[in-house]
Ligand binder design. Structure first.
Ligand SMILES: [Zn+2]
Length: 416
């Protein structure tokens, strides 16, 4: 009958380690004395747990502060180089692989371009392999100190009991792609390193919640505009997944019955109006001539055309005004459905157009949403920048590490 008790003690120890590590991770450096009130742990527990984590190299001392009339108090923080994480962004225009230290500071990155609109699975797997090799070859990180690899993908991710993550990416032509099995079978994946696959919008949302514009909010929606349009719905501090983890497919909610054709095959989706490609298409239909060879320079051209004024400027202004209204109507749906305290607009196109569109988007949101919740919802821009999907992907192994109280996954050695 000893087993249940031992398990309880082990669980308690892990819970205590996780509580202390989380505080130090997000709010450190802190002294042992400051950790008491914020973790609810006794000073004895804090001493024990801190001593363990210092010995293991997960924590380090970070100087000291004077205390009122007493001895100086030693500050503790997470040791940045005690472990590393990798984030992979399988994006619309390329595959980016980034190596981070434990505090998610970038150590190195590798970018492999992907022909726009061509998400051939074998090619994507090859590019991930290539990116990993570029970062790991010649280092001693393989299975040592590397906590895991997180991969953010454009699609719904189904976690299967056998065979791992399968991706349903309707807009990029991925029909039940067994991405985890394919990546594991590829030679480039280091032995023993955990692999986590998640929806790119959801992982980016997690990153904005932890490190960006969502910090401190319990109920929020991170709304993302790129070629695709998606959202990460956070309720009670946790991302909401739904029955099959596809909740937040905001881009494919209907704005106009029988409206414009969407990449998903349906008609009238929000994405068919405010996705980067859709905005440019509407501009072309009005007689505009998007410059450059990629969507980013073309959208920047739309802003520049408006500033330049004249007939073309009025046309561009009209396209932007319509975009703000469509977007505001879509955000009003989020307000009415989820009653968030904050909506964060991000994604590369959202960040590019946001500074110009935000006042009009807020106005449209108020016009289309119920007034009581709308008046209590802040609509803000994301703070992490357009490249943050890799940071988001790296939060997948990071979350596991924090939940486990700083214990490395089996087979991964931690050393100071
Ligand atoms: Zn759609």
């Amino acid at each position: 009958m000893g087993e249940p008790d031992r398990r309880t003690v082990r669980d308690l120890r892990r819970t205590n380690r996780a509580a202390l590590l989380r505080r130090l991770y997000f709010e450190g450096p802190l002294s042992r004395q400051e950790l008491g009130p914020v973790t609810g742990l006794s000073s004895g527990s804090i001493s024990n747990v801190a001593a363990e984590l210092l010995t293991e190299g997960v924590l380090e001392e970070a100087g000291s502060v004077e205390s009122d009339g007493g001895r100086p108090r030693t500050l503790l923080r997470v040791a940045p180089h005690s472990a590393y994480l990798i984030g992979v962004d399988v994006g619309e225009t390329g595959v980016r692989v980034e190596l981070f230290d434990l505090t998610l500071t970038e150590v190195a990155r590798s970018e492999q371009p992907l022909e726009t609109g061509r998400h051939d699975v074998a090619l994507v797997v090859q590019l991930v392999e290539k990116g990993l090799a570029a970062l790991l070859t010649g280092t001693d990180l393989t299975a040592r100190k590397l906590l895991g690899i997180g991969v953010g993908v454009p699609g719904i991710v189904e976690q299967r009991a056998h065979g791992g993550a399968v991706v349903h990416g309707q807009t990029v032509g991925w029909d039940a792609v067994p991405l985890e099995a394919l990546l594991r079978a590829s030679a480039g994946l280091p032995d023993g390193v955990p692999l986590h696959i998640g929806n790119g919008a959801k992982t980016l949302g997690q990153a904005e919640m932890w490190f960006g514009a969502g910090r401190g909010a319990r109920d929020a929606v991170i709304a993302l505009l790129g070629s695709g349009v998606g959202a990460c719905v956070v309720t009670g501090g946790e991302p909401y997944g739904g029955a099959t983890s596809s909740a937040g497919e905001w881009g494919h909610t209907v704005l106009t019955v029988g409206g414009r054709r969407c990449r998903c095959g349906a008609r009238g989706c929000l994405e068919a109006y405010v996705g980067a490609g859709a905005v440019l298409e509407r501009w072309r239909e009005e007689g505009g001539e998007p410059p450059g060879t990629d969507q980013e320079s073309a959208l920047a051209g739309l802003l520049a055309a408006e500033s330049a004024g004249g007939v073309q400027g009025r046309t561009a202004g009209g396209v932007l005004a319509a975009t703000a209204e469509y977007l505001g109507a879509g955000i009003a749906d989020l307000v009415n459905l989820f009653n968030p305290e904050r909506i964060v607009l991000g994604g590369w196109a959202g960040l590019l157009l946001g500074p110009r569109l935000l006042p009009a988007v807020r106005e449209a949101t108020e016009a289309y949403a119920l007034s009581y919740p709308a008046a209590r919802t802040a609509v803000e821009l994301g703070r992490l920048g357009p490249d943050a999907v890799t940071v988001g992907a790296a939060t997948l192994p990071l979350r596991r590490f924090l939940d486990a109280g700083g214990s490395a996954p089996p087979g991964v050695a931690m050393s100071a």
